[in-house]
Design a protein around this ligand. Sequence first.
Ligand code: V47
Length: 372
Amino acid sequence: MDDSITDRKLRPIYEKAMEGKRLSREDGIALLATDDLPGLGFIADSVRREKVGDTVYWVRNLHINYTDICAKGCTFCAFARIKPDEGYVYTHERTAQEVNAYPGQLAEVHIVGGCNGRIPWEYYPEMIRVIKRESPQTHVKAFTMVELDFFAQKFKLTIEDVLDQLKEAGLDACPGGGAEVFSNRLHSHMFRHKAGPMRWLEVAEICHNNGVKTNATMLFGHIETHKERIVHLEKLRELQDKTGGFQAFIPLVYHADNNDLEVDHGPGAVDILKTVAVSRLMLDNFAHIKAYWILMGERLAQISLGFGANDIDGTVVQEKIYHRAGAETPMLVTPKHLERLIRSAGRIPQERDALYGRPAWSLEPELIEAVA
Ligand code: V47
């Protein structure tokens, strides 16, 4: 340990973490402030190895951003179009077409869209039914806590009613977006027209209590403080203690193009790696920390695997939210490429579905070769 950690302040934190003791807010802030990046990485990697071993998960998935029309006016968002005639809504035929472009190859469809007041309620369960009809073995991971809250308000339903109908249509899990940073200061500055911190957490709790697993995210690297990041992680940890319903945490790297937030650029590589590591260490009750390659780039995602991450997301066909905000990563990578990325980081790739199980085909490596 002595060689690996040069910042003396990190040593008691390392001992605490390795003894399985919970890190405090002050520990989290000290970890983010350190200049000892290798030391921080060593701690996060040690905890990761102890807790979840060397397996790194990846998924054959498709992103469906079904509409970009959204009235919420979040200042950091480059995806939304406020005027209906400037945006789009997928027809169910279009959704079916997207799914059918990858016959028998999708373990997960990830669905996130704008809060579009012109879409009727029936559209949402029907979209799930269409996907399940075309591809019954595919898991549907759909709608953030913000969208669920929007549906409940707009259609005068409870979150429980919304979930019942979506589950009946085939909903398997929910994505973790819309959390941004759990700070009232940032809520009023950056996303005041959509669900705030308390409501996001409340909706997630209802999902978990109704048997729906969700992910969690944090959008970082804009105007938030280190303390706000750590408080965000503490709030997630607290809810996870209560429900155990979170599957993965995804630190979302902020992209600064084409939006109204006056920030010139997103976080640098050092800040990204520190945030991945601190997420692993603060979120002691989360199994999965996802290095989302679409937002951090393949190479940094690969390095993140040495800073606490154990999931690299997936093939992600046709992502739109981050590409409008300046992401230059490819729109599609092959399963073979993802496996190679993981193996060359010295780790063991494991294909997963949206609930971290093995898809039926994952035991047949020749199929991986065939579709790559
Ligand atoms: O909440 C918007 C983010 C999120 C920008 O559950 C931006 O596996 C960066 O739900 N720069 C939605 N990010 C995406 C989402 C998601 C993404 C990845 C994995 C999972 C999962 C869920 O996109 C929003 C917002 O935080 N976003 N604009 C931007 N300029």
